[in-house]
Ligand binder design. Structure first.
Ligand SMILES: Cc1cc2nc3c(=O)[nH]c(=O)nc-3n(C[C@H](O)[C@H](O)[C@H](O)COP(=O)(O)OP(=O)(O)OC[C@H]3O[C@@H](n4cnc5c(N)ncnc54)[C@H](O)[C@@H]3O)c2cc1C
Length: 405
């Protein structure tokens, strides 16, 4: 009997990969909670930064774009670069895609993956207790478990960040209206920080302040009509570099590790969407060029000690910021050690480079039969893997590589 391939993850990458594997007639079992990052770890009212053409989950056959979904369910059609998609619509699109193309999804957690003793393939264990063998495993676990909290903030909350405590991570909120009447500090300057700040202000927070390390960090992108028509079009806007990242992602693997690490961090890095500026200015206070050098909790309220930019000793002029709550919108960091479902035997054999598993052609890791896609693949395939539109490049290639095993 042919062993199945296991796909771990049911976000855009897991669902898209599974649909492509099915089209290649590869027996597949798919696990995860469908679109959970979009339903439980992003705030209600959020709008996607990616444009409608850049927000399709890639499918092997036509008829499964965001536009097709809107048409099918009679929802307003999101099609132009000027339309911003509500997170709720995108999550519903993902669920619709799952029902149509991955109906056999198993809503279970994979608790462990190990190499099979004395044979090829892997042994997987589910939280139901079931154990089974797979001939290959595709890890598409996205943002799960990778939320990053700066050490200074982590030190203030020994039990970890929490939505109801003094300090949280932005991924712990799906409803920011619970902060109505409160003073909230948001740490970070990316889209998630700036949009969370706006949503907090709009839902009645008494005051909202964004704290960013670098001077001039709070910036917003250009509207679609501000882009040069002489540069090639990409899902992220018009630019030659973005064209290479979007359509020649395989070439990224051949760059030196420090260059890849730098590019994954900086390209398409922290920048608010053009449509957010108007809602932000005048509503949200900004403290830029200040580093958090210490944080503590006094009578249940967080207190941040800030130091000026460039003062690495922390001995320069310092100031304190008091609030009711601090939200760290400080992003995600790929760390193989945090993928605790990968057994120790696998993790020690996994070659790592530029902060992620080192991947070869077809998204293969150094462990035969183990593949990674989505965010964990960004260190090898570039910044496009951090976004939904990267499914177009990744999923058909990965499925072909798995089918060829
Ligand atoms: C606030 C915010 C806004 C964003 N906005 C955009 C945007 O506008 N456009 C864009 O393109 N991207 C955006 N992104 C990035 C986006 O989240 C990713 O591109 C996308 O979610 C990646 O999809 P994924 O399938 O890799 O992972 P996820 O969507 O994170 O899905 C992970 C899946 O893995 C499953 N899983 C995890 N561990 C296990 C396990 N052990 N067993 C079984 N299943 C498991 C989960 O249940 C889930 O189904 C945003 C991210 C954030 C945080």
């Amino acid at each position: 009997m042919t062993l199945p391939v296991a796909v771990i993850g049911a976000g855009p990458y897991g669902l898209s990969t599974a649909a492509h594997l099915k089209a290649c007639a590869v027996p597949t079992r798919v696990f995860g909670s469908p679109m959970v990052s979009w339903q439980e770890h992003m705030p209600a009212g959020m709008l996607l930064k990616s444009t409608p053409p850049a927000s399709n989950i890639d499918a092997p056959q036509p008829g499964h774009t965001l536009f097709d979904f809107c048409q099918d369910v009679g929802e307003r059609r999101f099609e132009s670069d000027w339309d911003a998609i509500p997170v709720e619509t995108f999550a519903q699109y993902g669920l619709w895609f799952q029902r149509r193309l991955v109906p056999g999804l198993e809503r279970e957690r994979v608790v462990s993956v190990e190499r099979r003793e004395g044979g090829g393939g892997f042994e997987l264990k589910l939280d139901s207790g079931e154990q089974f063998a797979a001939r290959a495993v595709v890890v598409a676990t996205g943002l799960s478990g990778l939320a990053r909290l700066p050490a200074e903030l982590a030190a203030a909350v020994p039990d970890g960040p929490s939505a109801s405590g003094p300090v949280s991570h932005s991924s712990q909120h799906s409803d920011l209206s619970v902060f109505a009447g409160k003073d909230v500090v948001v740490v970070g300057a990316g889209q998630s920080a700036l949009e969370s700040a706006v949503l907090l202000a709009e839902s009645g927070a008494a005051s909202v302040r964004v704290v960013a390390r670098r001077k001039g960090a709070v910036r917003f992108g250009a509207a679609p009509d501000g882009q040069s028509p002489l540069k090639p079009d990409t899902p992220f806007g018009r630019a030659w570099s973005l064209y290479a990242f979007s359509y020649h992602a395989d070439g990224f693997r051949h760059l030196p590790a420090p260059t890849r690490q730098y590019l994954v961090r900086r390209v398409l890095g922290p920048l608010g969407a053009w449509w957010l500026r108007e809602r932000f200015v005048g509503r949200v206070l900004v403290t830029e060029g200040k580093r958090i050098v210490a944080a503590r909790v006094e009578s249940g309220r967080p207190v941040l000690t800030l130091s000026g930019e460039g003062d690495t000793t922390g001995t320069g002029a310092q100031s304190e910021l008091h609030a009711d709550h601090v939200i760290a919108a400080t992003g995600y960091r790929v760390d193989v050690a945090a993928m605790d479902f990968l057994g120790p035997g696998l993790r020690t054999r996994l070659a790592v480079s530029a902060g992620g598993p080192r991947l070869g052609p077809g998204y293969r890791s150094s462990v035969p039969g183990l593949f990674f896609t989505g965010l964990p693949a960004a260190a090898s395939y570039g910044p496009v893997m951090r976004f939904v539109c990267g499914t177009e490049y990744a999923s058909p290639r990965l499925a072909r590589a798995v089918a060829a095993l």
